[in-house]
Design a protein around this ligand. Sequence first.
Ligand code: FAD
Length: 406
Amino acid sequence: RYDVLIVGAGHGGAQAALALRQLKFAGSVALLGDEPDPPYERPPLSKEYFSGEKSFERILIRPPTFWPERNIELLLGRRVAAVHPAEHRIALSDGAHLGYGKLIWATGGAPRRLSCSGSNLRGVHSVRTRADADRMLAETIRARNIVVIGGGYIGLEAAAVLAKIGKHVTVLEAMDRVLARVAGEPLSRFYEAEHQAHGVDIRLNAQMDCLIGKDGWVSGVRMADGSILSADMVVVGIGIVPAVEPLATAGAAGVNGVEVDQFCRTSLPDIYAIGDCAIHANPFASTQKIRLESVQNANDQAIIAVKHIMGEPTPYHSVPWFWSNQYDLKLQTIGLNLGYDDIVMRGDPANRSFTLVYLNQGRVIALDCVNSVKDYVQGKALVLVHATPDKSRLSNCEIPLKTLAT
Ligand code: FAD
């Protein structure tokens, strides 16, 4: 039996273990995960790790020796199959059982799979784990034509890396613009143009029918109109399905994730959930409960859960932030743009350095800053205080954002 058992050795799980020891938790702590590696950073899988700029050692969250030194037991390559809340016990897929005092559920999600025929062909990839990235990397060498399905951040980041190494890349996006779910139209159009300038074929409103193959390997994508796009490799980036089945089966409330309160408590006794799998009322989202898929959210919720366990309850109140690297463009996002009714542009996309400010009834709710670190740093205050700056001043790059945070 562990005093605290953390399931999922990714960003949130690792941060929870770190926070327990940083806050001098003296009890036993185990960090259990189904991947074979110690905790590592996931974002580089579609960025610096995928491009070869960073080795695996460089994306480890801590060196492997760190965990035993802090008396954190790593139980790797093991998967939770069932949770028994009344008995404070979990069952693993290898048949073992472990008891817990408090359970922190930090399992993230599994890549959503294509439901069409051909999705099991070899050469079809998604990027969630190191193993996924390694498999994809190994095959990239022999691939010439690569189709990326989904124009979200992960798909576009992978497209950028692949285009840079000379692959012929096509991005299929079902909506009428890339990043439609997460960004305003000016940002979508900017990234579409950037990718096109790098030779990427961006196809919007793309309706695919299925994947076709030859000798077990993918060879193309058949579109709804019957046309066929040749593909030696397919990268699927169409979102994740939260990995909550054992908790849901045990009775935890939540649909498409596990619901938590402001202290990251689930509806089950002594069980917390954090990160990509946790549905919560975010103070920076209008009214609806959401899941956030970001390192910031996983790390900050980890600390909230740990503080509650340590008897220092602190409601979750972090300003959301996120980043994406494509080519030489560094996008940094602060706040949540859900429900925006207006966008103000600071700077000129033609200069490849600009900021989109999202407003709701005149209040600043989020900023997307492209190669614009200063606006990112200063913009946080505007989101925090729900600033209502004059729009003409907001659009004037000569006026620093920090002077508008009232
Ligand atoms: P994870 O880090 O996914 O960790 C969950 C772990 O639990 C995994 O190892 C999983 O295998 C394991 N697990 C699942 N089920 C079980 C089970 N039943 N038993 C045992 N173990 C289990 N975020 C950003 O903020 N910026 C970025 O630029 C960015 N880029 C990204 C690029 C890629 C390619 C990906 C995949 C994600 C990116 N993200 C980015 C999102 C970010 O990585 C996630 O939000 C973050 O990892 C969430 O942390 P987590 O702890 O909730 O889940």
